[in-house]
Design a protein around this ligand. Structure first.
Ligand SMILES: NC(=O)c1ccc[n+]([C@@H]2O[C@H](COP(=O)([O-])OP(=O)(O)OC[C@H]3O[C@@H](n4cnc5c(N)ncnc54)[C@H](OP(=O)(O)O)[C@@H]3O)[C@@H](O)[C@H]2O)c1
Length: 287
């Protein structure tokens, strides 16, 4: 059993019903934290909560249901969290997916950008005052090595001219990095840190869940490219969310618990601010 180093802390984790998020929830609960799982169905949340409790022997596990591709649901998730809890020590923005075909969300946004980036952006904004009141506190966001091949298509953010699953996914994962850099700058001196990480290629359900080609993608990507286990893949998330070693560290991208450089365009403050303003405009009705 892990040392109870997170006793008294409250941690909200999105995408906690599977893969990296669920594994991290188990380990963080085992350290004594109250863990609030966010998932998109009651059934999957209940199943995941039961697994987290069984693994951690910590009964202090709760869940909230939201489809994070809908900005209205992101807003309701933040409201539900605020109604139940009075502090937040760690927010983990982790839910994510890729889509072979372009999908439009209920709000009229390209779904990859909405789920993988706008939900991180909006949820963080809506809980920021709680994080600030709970300082020292942390925001941890799950990006991907795909960010290295990403570009923010400022003139065509919904990729209407040309849509390809990797183009959309890489754009959203680069957005996670640039959002974190811009957020950390804004939070300097507040006691709230913001970091982002790449978990590695991890054997989770993310490839299998891609509609239509999922099973083939799962086989090709996972069998041929030797993915790491979910336990291994969750390590950097758990480290950033809990370790005293990163207390006060902010505005970094991590891989294997080490700070790494990201692609040169991600450091452009002008583009970070352009992305920030664009995101703010897109979610303004829910802010
Ligand atoms: N696996 C990898 O190799 C890899 C590599 C780099 C980065 N990542 C990133 O790691 C993060 C976690 O992915 P994973 O690999 O652990 O995949 P996963 O096993 O499929 O888990 C994804 C989580 O996100 C949730 N989710 C998906 N769509 C949602 C929606 N509309 N609303 C709310 N929740 C939603 C899923 O819910 P359900 O349980 O209902 O499906 C699940 O809990 C993602 O941000 C991904 O981009 C993964």
């Amino acid at each position: 059993m892990a040392a109870e180093t997170m006793l008294g802390k409250t941690v909200l984790i999105t995408g906690a019903t599977d893969g990296i998020g669920k594994q991290a929830a188990k380990e963080i609960a085992a350290m004594g934290a109250k863990v609030v799982l966010a998932g998109r169905s009651v059934e999957r949340c209940e199943q995941s909560a039961a697994e987290v409790i069984a693994y951690s022997r910590n009964e202090d596990v709760d869940y909230l249901v939201a489809d994070l591709s809908s900005m209205g649901d992101v807003q309701k998730l933040a409201e539900a969290f605020r109604a139940k809890y009075d502090h937040l020590d760690v927010l983990v923005n982790n839910a994510g997916a890729g889509f072979v075909r372009r999908n439009w969300t209920v709000d009229g946004f390209e779904k990859t950008f909405a789920l993988n980036h706008l939900a991180y952006f909006l949820l963080t904004h809506l809980l920021l005052d709680m994080l600030q009141e709970s300082a020292p506190s942390r925001v941890v966001s799950t990006s991907s090595g795909s960010s290295y091949s990403g570009r923010i298509h400022f003139d065509d953010i919904h990729l209407q001219r040309f849509y390809f699953v990797h183009t959309a996914y890489a754009q959203s994962k680069l957005a996670n990095v640039m959002f974190t850099y811009a957020l950390a700058r804004r939070l300097e001196g507040s006691g709230v840190t913001a970091n982002v990480f790449h978990p590695g290629l991890v054997k989770t359900g993310i490839f299998r869940k891609v509609p239509k080609v999922g099973r083939l993608a799962d086989k090709l990507i996972l069998d041929l490219r030797k993915p790491i286990s979910v336990e291994e893949g969750a390590k950097t998330l758990v480290y950033l969310a809990t370790s005293p070693e990163v207390e006060g560290q902010s505005g970094h991208y991590y891989y294997k618990k080490q700070i790494r450089q990201t692609v040169p365009p991600s450091y452009s403050m002008e583009d970070q601010e352009r992305l920030w303003e664009l995101s703010e405009r897109m979610v303004k009705d829910w802010l």
